[in-house]
Ligand binder design. Structure first.
Ligand SMILES: Nc1ncnc2c1ncn2[C@@H]1O[C@H](COP(=O)(O)OP(=O)(O)OP(=O)(O)O)[C@@H](O)[C@H]1O
Ligand SMILES: [Mg+2]
Length: 150
């Protein structure tokens, strides 16, 4: 199943991310594919805004930033957004040292991964794949796929 969106501003891309946060259960990794500047981080900012996080910035140098969701769901359980950016990750042992295999299966997390190329073979079948393409200065195509292999 795929769904295609076309946006004409970063605000519209953020709105797509926010809508997805409202409609996606935790435990499904979300991978974000596309060239530099195609809108992946912008989408994550919108996703986080649904849970009240403002100005999320890319974890390019730390690889992962985790945000504890306080506003939600149940008193005794903590839910998380994990924003992962593997642009600078070099090896699969980096991936294991970062604990990413566990995150991919964590039922209490929304884990969004930019530059997932290194871990494609670790992704569970339930992963949501989002492909971003820049078609013009302010125009992006966003294709969301469920239950598909890359
Ligand atoms: N329709 C649009 N959707 C998203 N971003 C847009 C759009 N139009 C313009 N932009 C601009 O494009 C840039 C997208 O940057 P962003 O950091 O989201 O890209 P990225 O895919 O995360 O890149 P990187 O691979 O470097 O992490 C921002 O400067 C944003 O303002
Ligand atoms: Mg980015």
């Amino acid at each position: 199943m795929t769904k295609t969106f076309v946006t004409h501003s970063s605000k519209q891309t953020q709105q797509i991310g926010k809508d997805m946060a409202a409609s996606t259960l935790p435990g499904h990794p979300i991978v974000l594919m596309g060239d530099l500047g195609s809108g992946k981080t912008t989408f994550v900012q919108g996703f986080g805004s649904y849970f009240g996080f403002k100005r999320m910035t890319s974890p390019t140098y730390t690889f992962i930033k985790s945000y504890k969701i306080t506003s939600q769901i149940s008193e005794n359980t903590s839910y998380w957004i994990n924003h992962v950016d593997l642009y600078r990750a070099a090896t699969i042992s980096d991936i294991h040292n970062l604990g990413i295999p566990d995150l991919l299966h964590d039922p209490l997390s929304w884990t969004l991964i930019e530059w997932p190329e290194l871990i494609l073979n670790l992704l569970p079948k339930k992963t949501i794949i989002i492909k971003f393409t820049q078609s013009d200065k302010n125009m992006r195509k966003i294709v969301v796929s469920h239950n598909q292999t890359i």
